[in-house]
Design a protein around this ligand. Structure first.
Ligand code: SME
Length: 160
């Protein structure tokens, strides 16, 4: 079994049967942080009250609110598509939470077509996230989405 399939299997097993979304996300990012090499931050931002709020994460303290369209996360939220940034210093609105970060991948989580939140991963290595990394991480986000769909009330998910 490849490292990627072990990672996916572990995530699937750790999130199965969760009854609360924050619990699910907390364990999912712990597994990702332990398995992924050369990453310094893994976490989720959640779409609440018209902005992105910091959710479960592993790594250094991060900004608590991000506006749609600001930074890599806001761009991902606005476009509802994966954003891979080879060098964050070349990304005009990049928000530096940890000065060690040099590259980043951000993957949206959509429930019924609406933005629930996103997975954000930072690395100190320039060009850390390859097409293959994107593929496996998007697969993992699909698994997370499937579980979230079982427990999240989509009509209330964007409010606190
Ligand atoms: N770099 C992100 C902000 C979040 S941190 O990386 C944890 C951005 O530009 O949106």
């Amino acid at each position: 079994m490849t490292n990627d399939s072990i990672l996916k299997k572990e995530i699937v097993s750790v999130i199965a049967g969760s009854c609360y979304d924050i619990t699910l996300l907390a364990n999912a990012c712990a597994v990702l942080y332990q398995h992924l090499k050369q990453v310094n931050w893994v976490g989720f931002y959640l779409n609440k009250n018209g902005k992105l709020l910091l959710g479960p994460f592993q790594g250094k303290v991060a900004c608590t609110e991000i506006a749609f369209s600001k930074g890599v996360c806001g761009t991902c939220a606005e476009k509802k598509e994966t954003i891979v940034v080879d060098n964050v210093h070349d990304f005009p609105t990049h928000i530096a939470c940890d000065s060690a970060s040099n590259s980043e991948i951000c993957i949206p989580i959509l429930l019924n077509g609406q933005l629930y939140g996103l997975l954000d991963i930072d690395s100190p290595i320039v060009c850390r996230f390859t097409k293959e990394d994107q593929r496996i991480l998007e697969e993992i986000v699909r698994e997370i989405t499937e579980e979230l769909n079982k427990i999240v009330d989509v009509s209330k998910m964007n409010m606190i």
